[in-house]
Write a protein that binds this ligand. Structure first.
Ligand code: DGL
Length: 270
């Protein structure tokens, strides 16, 4: 049994890459729902149905633990899936909490009351569905007080990345950062709240300037998964089989993935 990593498309590869670097011995099965990307413009019910189908496919592939390496799915579907109940022995984890714990200077699972933290002005860049869910602000409010969050829905960026049009993606990033900075001129921290956005991290940092600390979600999720597996070694499994699955066109998705990760990646039909 390997660990499953799910995203609407190729963005979750940023998390897979960090997990492989941090935990090189853990076999991973990646599933990109490229046929239905982007999720960020869909409503919450649709995102729930698509996410549920993806997670079930990864369970079928022998993964007991699935990471939703997609903020949109984590924001719109995770809580509802957990409330509806998961099959025995199966777990689904999202990508929000590790990032918010880092931002609020907390160790894993520190559930003490909210308190003041160093950062006061946080810029959140995410998909329209993630911004609309307000899940980031809700999780933050459990842990910190007095933090002002300005959220920018970054329409079009995921589509451009999925199409491999990095010039358009960069232009859109610049215009979304400008729009954010009109509302919050000096954010101390910026959260790239979509797993596709680390592929544009340099463009975000350049547009924000060097005074804004950009949080890298992929590394934080990888560290947090390492902690989780130490506490739950049974979720690690014994299989050594890693693979890449997509609901889209495997040849096309393989080309994009190889371009982004700068190593040969071969996707197969899910
Ligand atoms: N990578 C997904 C996320 O983290 C992108 C969502 C989409 O498909 O719009 O939100």
């Amino acid at each position: 049994m390997a660990i499953g990593i799910f995203d609407s498309g190729i963005g979750g590869l940023t998390v897979l890459d960090a997990v492989q670097k941090h935990l090189p011995d853990v076999p991973l099965v990646y599933l990109g729902d490229n046929a239905h990307a982007p999720y960020g413009v869909r409503d919450a019910d649709e995102i729930l149905e698509l996410t549920r189908a993806g997670v079930e496919r990864l369970w079928q592939a022998g993964c007991d633990l699935v990471i939703l390496a997609c903020n949109t799915a984590s924001a719109a579907a995770l809580r509802r899936m957990q409330e509806a109940g998961l099959p025995e022995g199966k777990r689904v984890l999202g990508v929000f909490v590790p990032m918010i714990e880092a931002l609020t200077e907390r160790q894993w699972g520190d559930n003490s009351p909210p308190r003041e933290v160093a950062v006061k002005h946080v810029a959140l860049f995410a998909t329209p569905a993630t911004v609309a869910s307000r899940a980031f602000q809700r999780e933050l409010a459990f842990r910190a007080i007095g933090v002002d969050v300005e959220a920018q829905a970054c329409g079009g960026v995921v589509d451009a990345i999925e199409e491999g049009d990095m010039i358009l993606a960069e232009a859109l990033v610049r215009s979304h950062v400008e729009a954010l900075m009109r509302k919050m001129p000096t954010p101390e921290a910026a959260v790239l709240g979509c797993t596709h956005y680390p592929l544009m991290q340099e463009a975000f940092q350049a547009a924000l300037g060097t005074d804004t600390l950009v949080f890298s979600q992929a590394d934080l999720v990888a560290q947090s998964l390492g902690d989780y597996l130490e506490r739950h070694p049974d979720m690690r499994g014994e299989s050594q089989v890693s693979m890449f699955l997509t609901t889209g066109d495997p040849a096309r998705v393989s080309d994009r993935a190889t371009q982004f990760l700068r190593r040969k990646i071969e996707f197969h039909a899910a």
